[in-house]
Ligand binder design. Sequence first.
Ligand SMILES: [Zn+2]
Length: 121
Amino acid sequence: MSNQYTMHMNCCLWKADKIEKKKLINSLHTLEVIEQESHFTRKILECKNCGQVYLYEFTEEVDWEDGNDKQLFRWFPVESIYEAWKLAETPPIGLINHPAIRIDFSKDMQNPKGPYKYDPS
Ligand SMILES: [Zn+2]
């Protein structure tokens, strides 16, 4: 996971110092819906400004015991729609180290964390 992602980092959203949620949502439109359920969603999105493709993923961990559901929203920058489909073959846990714009939220948090850029490289 080193430089192979460098080419994906030219999106205005990715390059911004601080990502505003409203701008993030408004800048992306849906190309394809891979899966859409109440606790798991994956879509292929495109940046209206620069054409950057993202695999978008929403996961919710439902904890019936204390109702402390964890929500994770991730936007993975990818090179193409094909790459997005390929990435979507990986289960969410397998993408934990993949660069992404993220929003994390659980009910014990007062406010969601993010959107922020997660880039372990
Ligand atoms: Zn962009």
